[in-house]
Design a protein around this ligand. Structure first.
Ligand code: IMP
Ligand code: MG
Length: 412
Protein backbone atom coordinates (compact mmCIF):
# COMPACT_ATOMS: atom_id res chain seq x y z
CA UNK A 1 0.00 0.00 0.00
CA UNK A 2 1.20 3.48 -0.73
CA UNK A 3 1.06 5.38 2.51
CA UNK A 4 0.32 9.08 2.64
CA UNK A 5 3.81 9.58 4.04
CA UNK A 6 5.33 7.88 1.03
CA UNK A 7 3.25 9.92 -1.37
CA UNK A 8 4.24 13.14 0.42
CA UNK A 9 7.86 12.10 0.49
CA UNK A 10 7.90 11.05 -3.11
CA UNK A 11 6.18 14.23 -4.15
CA UNK A 12 8.22 16.73 -2.37
CA UNK A 13 10.02 16.28 0.92
CA UNK A 14 13.36 15.58 -0.74
CA UNK A 15 13.01 18.87 -2.58
CA UNK A 16 12.40 21.02 0.51
CA UNK A 17 14.63 22.21 3.28
CA UNK A 18 12.54 21.91 6.42
CA UNK A 19 14.34 24.59 8.42
CA UNK A 20 14.05 27.15 5.64
CA UNK A 21 10.40 26.26 5.00
CA UNK A 22 9.63 26.63 8.69
CA UNK A 23 11.27 30.07 8.90
CA UNK A 24 9.42 31.06 5.74
CA UNK A 25 6.16 30.11 7.44
CA UNK A 26 6.99 32.24 10.49
CA UNK A 27 7.70 35.27 8.31
CA UNK A 28 4.53 34.82 6.28
CA UNK A 29 2.40 36.00 9.21
CA UNK A 30 3.89 39.49 9.62
CA UNK A 31 4.10 39.74 5.84
CA UNK A 32 0.38 39.14 5.48
CA UNK A 33 -0.57 41.35 8.43
CA UNK A 34 1.72 44.27 7.66
CA UNK A 35 2.14 44.46 3.94
CA UNK A 36 -0.02 47.12 2.31
CA UNK A 37 -0.59 45.94 -1.22
CA UNK A 38 -3.26 48.59 -1.82
CA UNK A 39 -1.22 51.57 -0.63
CA UNK A 40 -0.30 53.98 -3.40
CA UNK A 41 3.35 53.89 -4.39
CA UNK A 42 4.87 57.37 -4.11
CA UNK A 43 8.56 57.92 -4.44
CA UNK A 44 9.00 59.07 -0.86
CA UNK A 45 5.82 57.87 0.78
CA UNK A 46 5.94 58.29 4.55
CA UNK A 47 3.28 55.64 5.02
CA UNK A 48 5.26 53.06 3.10
CA UNK A 49 8.46 53.90 4.95
CA UNK A 50 6.68 53.56 8.27
CA UNK A 51 5.14 50.22 7.21
CA UNK A 52 8.53 48.96 6.05
CA UNK A 53 10.12 49.96 9.37
CA UNK A 54 7.40 48.15 11.24
CA UNK A 55 7.73 45.03 9.06
CA UNK A 56 11.53 45.13 9.44
CA UNK A 57 11.09 45.23 13.20
CA UNK A 58 8.78 42.22 13.22
CA UNK A 59 10.98 40.16 10.90
CA UNK A 60 14.00 41.02 13.05
CA UNK A 61 12.19 39.82 16.17
CA UNK A 62 11.41 36.50 14.49
CA UNK A 63 15.03 36.06 13.41
CA UNK A 64 16.17 36.89 16.95
CA UNK A 65 13.89 34.16 18.32
CA UNK A 66 15.12 31.63 15.75
CA UNK A 67 18.72 32.54 16.61
CA UNK A 68 17.93 31.86 20.26
CA UNK A 69 16.30 28.52 19.44
CA UNK A 70 19.44 27.48 17.55
CA UNK A 71 21.65 28.46 20.52
CA UNK A 72 19.36 26.44 22.76
CA UNK A 73 19.54 23.48 20.32
CA UNK A 74 23.36 23.63 20.34
CA UNK A 75 23.34 23.73 24.13
CA UNK A 76 21.09 20.67 24.41
CA UNK A 77 23.22 18.71 21.95
CA UNK A 78 26.38 19.62 23.85
CA UNK A 79 24.87 18.53 27.14
CA UNK A 80 23.59 15.29 25.62
CA UNK A 81 19.95 16.22 25.93
CA UNK A 82 18.95 16.61 22.29
CA UNK A 83 15.41 15.48 23.14
CA UNK A 84 14.95 18.75 25.03
CA UNK A 85 15.61 20.92 22.02
CA UNK A 86 12.50 22.91 21.14
CA UNK A 87 13.86 23.49 17.65
CA UNK A 88 14.08 19.72 17.16
CA UNK A 89 10.41 19.42 18.09
CA UNK A 90 9.46 22.17 15.67
CA UNK A 91 11.74 21.01 12.84
CA UNK A 92 12.35 17.28 13.39
CA UNK A 93 14.84 16.97 10.51
CA UNK A 94 17.13 19.71 11.82
CA UNK A 95 20.75 18.62 12.15
CA UNK A 96 23.65 19.89 14.26
CA UNK A 97 25.13 23.37 14.19
CA UNK A 98 28.84 23.73 14.81
CA UNK A 99 28.60 27.44 15.66
CA UNK A 100 25.76 29.78 16.63
CA UNK A 101 24.17 31.52 13.63
CA UNK A 102 23.91 35.30 14.01
CA UNK A 103 20.64 35.44 12.14
CA UNK A 104 19.27 38.75 13.38
CA UNK A 105 22.37 40.67 12.27
CA UNK A 106 22.45 38.68 9.05
CA UNK A 107 18.84 39.65 8.33
CA UNK A 108 19.70 43.32 8.85
CA UNK A 109 22.59 43.02 6.38
CA UNK A 110 20.50 41.21 3.76
CA UNK A 111 17.52 43.52 4.27
CA UNK A 112 19.76 46.47 3.40
CA UNK A 113 20.77 44.73 0.19
CA UNK A 114 17.53 43.03 -0.83
CA UNK A 115 14.89 45.38 0.68
CA UNK A 116 13.00 42.37 1.95
CA UNK A 117 10.83 44.28 4.40
CA UNK A 118 9.90 46.94 1.81
CA UNK A 119 8.24 44.37 -0.43
CA UNK A 120 4.45 44.39 -0.44
CA UNK A 121 3.60 41.64 -2.89
CA UNK A 122 6.42 39.12 -2.56
CA UNK A 123 6.83 37.49 0.85
CA UNK A 124 10.26 36.52 2.22
CA UNK A 125 11.32 33.68 -0.05
CA UNK A 126 13.35 30.51 0.14
CA UNK A 127 16.29 32.36 -1.45
CA UNK A 128 16.02 35.32 0.95
CA UNK A 129 16.25 32.94 3.89
CA UNK A 130 18.99 30.80 2.35
CA UNK A 131 21.13 33.92 1.86
CA UNK A 132 20.37 35.18 5.38
CA UNK A 133 21.47 31.81 6.81
CA UNK A 134 24.70 32.01 4.78
CA UNK A 135 25.47 35.48 6.16
CA UNK A 136 24.53 34.27 9.64
CA UNK A 137 27.03 31.43 9.30
CA UNK A 138 29.81 33.76 8.17
CA UNK A 139 29.07 36.06 11.13
CA UNK A 140 28.90 33.04 13.46
CA UNK A 141 32.36 31.86 12.41
CA UNK A 142 33.81 35.12 13.77
CA UNK A 143 36.95 35.12 11.65
CA UNK A 144 37.81 31.59 12.81
CA UNK A 145 38.15 29.86 9.47
CA UNK A 146 41.18 27.69 8.77
CA UNK A 147 39.84 25.57 5.90
CA UNK A 148 37.37 26.39 3.14
CA UNK A 149 36.20 23.49 0.98
CA UNK A 150 34.38 24.08 -2.28
CA UNK A 151 32.22 21.89 -4.42
CA UNK A 152 33.13 22.14 -8.14
CA UNK A 153 30.21 22.11 -10.60
CA UNK A 154 27.75 24.99 -10.09
CA UNK A 155 29.78 26.30 -7.11
CA UNK A 156 33.05 27.32 -8.80
CA UNK A 157 31.98 27.06 -12.45
CA UNK A 158 28.84 26.23 -14.42
CA UNK A 159 27.66 22.63 -14.52
CA UNK A 160 30.10 20.55 -16.58
CA UNK A 161 32.29 23.59 -17.37
CA UNK A 162 35.92 24.33 -16.44
CA UNK A 163 37.56 26.87 -14.16
CA UNK A 164 38.97 29.22 -16.79
CA UNK A 165 41.42 32.13 -16.19
CA UNK A 166 38.81 34.91 -16.27
CA UNK A 167 36.70 33.31 -13.50
CA UNK A 168 36.36 35.93 -10.69
CA UNK A 169 36.49 33.23 -8.01
CA UNK A 170 40.23 32.76 -8.68
CA UNK A 171 41.34 36.00 -7.01
CA UNK A 172 39.08 35.21 -4.03
CA UNK A 173 40.59 31.75 -3.56
CA UNK A 174 44.15 33.07 -3.85
CA UNK A 175 43.19 35.73 -1.27
CA UNK A 176 42.18 32.95 1.14
CA UNK A 177 45.48 31.14 0.54
CA UNK A 178 47.32 34.41 1.08
CA UNK A 179 45.55 34.66 4.46
CA UNK A 180 47.17 31.29 5.32
CA UNK A 181 43.90 29.44 4.95
CA UNK A 182 43.71 25.97 3.47
CA UNK A 183 41.54 25.20 0.46
CA UNK A 184 39.98 21.88 -0.56
CA UNK A 185 38.07 21.41 -3.78
CA UNK A 186 35.80 18.55 -2.78
CA UNK A 187 34.10 17.45 -5.97
CA UNK A 188 32.22 14.38 -7.12
CA UNK A 189 34.14 14.46 -10.38
CA UNK A 190 36.14 11.27 -9.95
CA UNK A 191 39.30 11.00 -12.01
CA UNK A 192 42.30 8.96 -11.00
CA UNK A 193 44.84 11.14 -12.79
CA UNK A 194 46.11 14.69 -12.42
CA UNK A 195 45.77 15.77 -16.10
CA UNK A 196 41.99 15.39 -15.94
CA UNK A 197 41.76 17.72 -12.95
CA UNK A 198 44.18 20.13 -14.56
CA UNK A 199 41.85 20.23 -17.57
CA UNK A 200 38.96 21.28 -15.32
CA UNK A 201 40.86 23.57 -12.93
CA UNK A 202 43.71 25.03 -15.03
CA UNK A 203 42.65 28.67 -14.53
CA UNK A 204 42.99 28.37 -10.77
CA UNK A 205 46.09 26.17 -10.70
CA UNK A 206 48.00 28.41 -13.15
CA UNK A 207 47.02 31.51 -11.16
CA UNK A 208 48.28 29.96 -7.93
CA UNK A 209 51.59 29.06 -9.61
CA UNK A 210 51.95 32.58 -11.06
CA UNK A 211 50.78 34.62 -8.09
CA UNK A 212 53.68 36.77 -6.83
CA UNK A 213 51.98 37.20 -3.44
CA UNK A 214 51.86 33.54 -2.41
CA UNK A 215 54.65 31.78 -0.55
CA UNK A 216 55.41 28.13 -1.39
CA UNK A 217 53.79 27.09 1.90
CA UNK A 218 50.63 29.00 1.02
CA UNK A 219 50.48 27.33 -2.40
CA UNK A 220 50.73 23.96 -0.67
CA UNK A 221 47.49 24.89 1.09
CA UNK A 222 45.45 23.66 -1.88
CA UNK A 223 44.18 20.12 -2.35
CA UNK A 224 41.63 18.54 -4.67
CA UNK A 225 39.49 15.70 -3.35
CA UNK A 226 37.84 13.84 -6.22
CA UNK A 227 35.01 11.29 -6.28
CA UNK A 228 33.59 12.85 -3.07
CA UNK A 229 36.19 11.19 -0.83
CA UNK A 230 38.18 8.85 -3.06
CA UNK A 231 41.14 10.52 -4.80
CA UNK A 232 43.34 13.15 -3.16
CA UNK A 233 45.67 15.44 -5.11
CA UNK A 234 47.91 18.14 -3.64
CA UNK A 235 49.23 21.25 -5.32
CA UNK A 236 52.69 20.48 -6.71
CA UNK A 237 54.65 23.13 -8.60
CA UNK A 238 57.04 20.49 -9.95
CA UNK A 239 54.30 18.50 -11.70
CA UNK A 240 53.40 19.52 -15.27
CA UNK A 241 49.76 19.45 -14.22
CA UNK A 242 50.44 21.24 -10.94
CA UNK A 243 48.85 18.41 -8.98
CA UNK A 244 50.25 15.20 -7.52
CA UNK A 245 48.30 12.14 -6.48
CA UNK A 246 48.54 11.50 -2.74
CA UNK A 247 48.61 7.75 -1.98
CA UNK A 248 45.66 6.63 0.13
CA UNK A 249 47.80 5.44 3.04
CA UNK A 250 48.85 9.07 3.55
CA UNK A 251 45.38 10.48 4.04
CA UNK A 252 42.71 7.84 4.68
CA UNK A 253 40.84 8.25 7.96
CA UNK A 254 41.03 5.22 10.27
CA UNK A 255 37.40 4.26 9.53
CA UNK A 256 38.05 4.42 5.79
CA UNK A 257 40.87 1.90 6.08
CA UNK A 258 38.29 -0.69 7.06
CA UNK A 259 36.31 -0.30 3.81
CA UNK A 260 36.74 -3.64 2.04
CA UNK A 261 37.38 -3.87 -1.71
CA UNK A 262 34.88 -6.75 -1.93
CA UNK A 263 32.19 -4.55 -0.34
CA UNK A 264 32.99 -1.69 -2.71
CA UNK A 265 32.57 -3.98 -5.71
CA UNK A 266 29.37 -5.47 -4.33
CA UNK A 267 27.83 -2.06 -3.62
CA UNK A 268 28.71 -0.75 -7.08
CA UNK A 269 27.32 -3.96 -8.67
CA UNK A 270 23.98 -3.43 -6.92
CA UNK A 271 23.91 0.25 -7.89
CA UNK A 272 24.84 -0.58 -11.47
CA UNK A 273 22.06 -3.11 -11.96
CA UNK A 274 19.58 -0.72 -10.36
CA UNK A 275 20.71 2.04 -12.78
CA UNK A 276 20.26 -0.34 -15.71
CA UNK A 277 16.77 -1.20 -14.48
CA UNK A 278 15.85 2.49 -14.16
CA UNK A 279 17.25 3.34 -17.57
CA UNK A 280 15.16 0.63 -19.17
CA UNK A 281 12.01 1.29 -17.11
CA UNK A 282 12.08 5.05 -17.82
CA UNK A 283 13.46 4.65 -21.37
CA UNK A 284 16.33 6.98 -20.56
CA UNK A 285 18.66 7.85 -23.44
CA UNK A 286 21.72 7.10 -21.30
CA UNK A 287 24.84 5.00 -21.04
CA UNK A 288 26.00 3.42 -17.80
CA UNK A 289 29.54 4.29 -16.75
CA UNK A 290 31.32 2.08 -14.24
CA UNK A 291 34.42 3.50 -12.58
CA UNK A 292 36.82 2.47 -9.86
CA UNK A 293 34.81 4.03 -7.04
CA UNK A 294 31.60 5.10 -8.73
CA UNK A 295 28.91 4.13 -11.19
CA UNK A 296 26.65 6.50 -13.05
CA UNK A 297 24.38 7.17 -15.99
CA UNK A 298 25.01 10.03 -18.39
CA UNK A 299 23.03 11.10 -21.49
CA UNK A 300 24.02 9.91 -24.92
CA UNK A 301 24.72 12.44 -27.67
CA UNK A 302 24.05 15.53 -25.57
CA UNK A 303 20.38 14.87 -24.85
CA UNK A 304 18.73 16.45 -21.82
CA UNK A 305 17.13 14.21 -19.22
CA UNK A 306 13.99 15.49 -17.46
CA UNK A 307 14.47 16.47 -13.84
CA UNK A 308 11.75 14.08 -12.72
CA UNK A 309 13.53 11.17 -14.39
CA UNK A 310 16.83 12.09 -12.74
CA UNK A 311 15.15 12.35 -9.35
CA UNK A 312 13.28 9.07 -9.78
CA UNK A 313 16.54 7.35 -10.72
CA UNK A 314 18.37 8.75 -7.68
CA UNK A 315 15.60 7.77 -5.28
CA UNK A 316 15.29 4.24 -6.71
CA UNK A 317 19.04 3.59 -6.62
CA UNK A 318 19.44 5.07 -3.18
CA UNK A 319 16.58 2.99 -1.87
CA UNK A 320 17.87 -0.20 -3.46
CA UNK A 321 21.40 0.20 -2.12
CA UNK A 322 20.16 1.23 1.34
CA UNK A 323 18.12 -1.94 1.60
CA UNK A 324 21.09 -4.17 0.73
CA UNK A 325 23.32 -5.46 3.51
CA UNK A 326 26.46 -3.90 2.03
CA UNK A 327 24.59 -0.57 1.92
CA UNK A 328 24.52 -0.58 5.71
CA UNK A 329 28.24 -1.35 6.00
CA UNK A 330 29.62 1.16 3.55
CA UNK A 331 28.80 4.87 3.12
CA UNK A 332 27.75 5.88 -0.36
CA UNK A 333 26.23 8.87 -2.07
CA UNK A 334 23.63 8.77 -4.85
CA UNK A 335 22.97 12.16 -6.40
CA UNK A 336 21.46 14.05 -9.29
CA UNK A 337 24.30 15.84 -11.06
CA UNK A 338 22.05 18.08 -13.16
CA UNK A 339 22.03 15.90 -16.27
CA UNK A 340 23.44 12.65 -14.88
CA UNK A 341 23.07 10.41 -11.84
CA UNK A 342 26.06 9.02 -9.97
CA UNK A 343 26.60 6.71 -7.04
CA UNK A 344 29.94 7.25 -5.32
CA UNK A 345 31.63 5.29 -2.57
CA UNK A 346 31.83 7.51 0.50
CA UNK A 347 30.43 11.03 0.54
CA UNK A 348 31.48 14.63 1.11
CA UNK A 349 31.47 14.31 4.90
CA UNK A 350 34.37 11.88 4.46
CA UNK A 351 35.94 14.12 1.82
CA UNK A 352 35.85 17.18 4.06
CA UNK A 353 37.06 15.21 7.12
CA UNK A 354 39.96 13.79 5.12
CA UNK A 355 40.99 17.34 4.11
CA UNK A 356 40.76 18.41 7.76
CA UNK A 357 43.00 15.53 8.80
CA UNK A 358 45.42 16.07 5.89
CA UNK A 359 45.97 19.65 7.03
CA UNK A 360 46.85 18.55 10.55
CA UNK A 361 43.47 18.18 12.25
CA UNK A 362 41.40 21.25 11.47
CA UNK A 363 38.16 21.10 13.49
CA UNK A 364 34.61 21.34 12.06
CA UNK A 365 33.98 24.66 13.84
CA UNK A 366 36.84 26.21 11.82
CA UNK A 367 35.86 24.69 8.47
CA UNK A 368 33.40 26.08 5.91
CA UNK A 369 32.08 24.01 2.99
CA UNK A 370 30.53 25.94 0.10
CA UNK A 371 28.24 24.00 -2.23
CA UNK A 372 25.03 24.04 -4.26
CA UNK A 373 23.50 20.66 -3.37
CA UNK A 374 21.97 20.71 0.10
CA UNK A 375 18.65 18.98 -0.32
CA UNK A 376 18.36 15.89 1.84
CA UNK A 377 18.11 13.30 -0.96
CA UNK A 378 19.83 13.23 -4.29
CA UNK A 379 22.25 16.00 -3.34
CA UNK A 380 25.90 15.48 -2.53
CA UNK A 381 26.94 18.58 -0.53
CA UNK A 382 24.31 17.78 2.10
CA UNK A 383 26.59 15.26 3.82
CA UNK A 384 29.28 17.90 4.34
CA UNK A 385 27.01 19.28 7.08
CA UNK A 386 28.19 16.39 9.26
CA UNK A 387 31.80 17.58 9.07
CA UNK A 388 31.79 21.37 8.87
CA UNK A 389 29.81 24.58 8.78
CA UNK A 390 28.27 25.20 5.37
CA UNK A 391 27.08 27.85 2.95
CA UNK A 392 24.47 27.02 0.33
CA UNK A 393 24.94 28.91 -2.90
CA UNK A 394 22.87 28.70 -6.10
CA UNK A 395 25.44 29.61 -8.76
CA UNK A 396 29.12 30.55 -9.15
CA UNK A 397 28.49 34.30 -8.80
CA UNK A 398 26.92 33.73 -5.39
CA UNK A 399 30.16 31.98 -4.35
CA UNK A 400 32.09 35.12 -5.31
CA UNK A 401 29.60 37.32 -3.41
CA UNK A 402 29.88 35.04 -0.37
CA UNK A 403 33.68 35.26 -0.32
CA UNK A 404 33.50 39.04 -0.68
CA UNK A 405 31.02 39.20 2.16
CA UNK A 406 33.40 37.12 4.27
CA UNK A 407 36.19 39.57 3.49
CA UNK A 408 33.94 42.51 4.39
CA UNK A 409 32.82 40.93 7.68
CA UNK A 410 36.36 40.03 8.65
CA UNK A 411 37.62 43.50 7.76
CA UNK A 412 35.19 45.16 10.16
P1 IMP B 1 30.49 18.34 -8.27
O1 IMP B 1 29.33 19.30 -8.38
O2 IMP B 1 31.80 19.04 -8.31
O3 IMP B 1 30.35 17.48 -7.05
O4 IMP B 1 30.53 17.41 -9.62
C1 IMP B 1 29.50 16.56 -9.96
C2 IMP B 1 29.63 16.10 -11.40
O5 IMP B 1 30.86 15.44 -11.67
C3 IMP B 1 28.58 15.07 -11.73
O6 IMP B 1 27.36 15.65 -12.08
C4 IMP B 1 29.20 14.31 -12.91
O7 IMP B 1 28.81 14.94 -14.12
C5 IMP B 1 30.69 14.49 -12.75
N1 IMP B 1 31.42 13.25 -12.46
C6 IMP B 1 32.48 12.80 -13.14
N2 IMP B 1 32.98 11.68 -12.60
C7 IMP B 1 32.21 11.39 -11.54
C8 IMP B 1 32.25 10.34 -10.57
O8 IMP B 1 33.10 9.44 -10.57
N3 IMP B 1 31.29 10.39 -9.61
C9 IMP B 1 30.36 11.37 -9.57
N4 IMP B 1 30.30 12.36 -10.45
C10 IMP B 1 31.22 12.38 -11.45
MG1 MG C 1 27.86 20.94 -7.45
Amino acid sequence: MTTRYRVEYALKSHRRDQLIEWIKGLLAVPFVLHSQPTAIYHEHSDTLTAVAADTHQRYAEIFRDVEQLIRDHIHHEQTNAPGKSKLKLLVPTVGSFFTPLLIEDAFKRQDRQRSISRRRFVAPSFNDIRLILNSAQLLGLQRNIDLVTFDGDVTLYDDGACLTPENPVISRITRLLHQDRKIGIVTAAGYTEAPKYYERLAGLLDAIRDSPDLTPAQRDGLVVMGGESNFLFRYDATSPHLLSYVPREEWLLPEMVTWQEADITELLDIAESSLHACASNLSLPVAVLRKDRAVGVYPLNGSKIAREQLEETVLVVQNTVERSSVGSRLPFCAFNGGNDVFVDIGDKSWGVRACQQYFGGIVPTRTLHVGDQFLSAGANDFKARLASTTAWIANPSETVQLLDELQEIEGQ
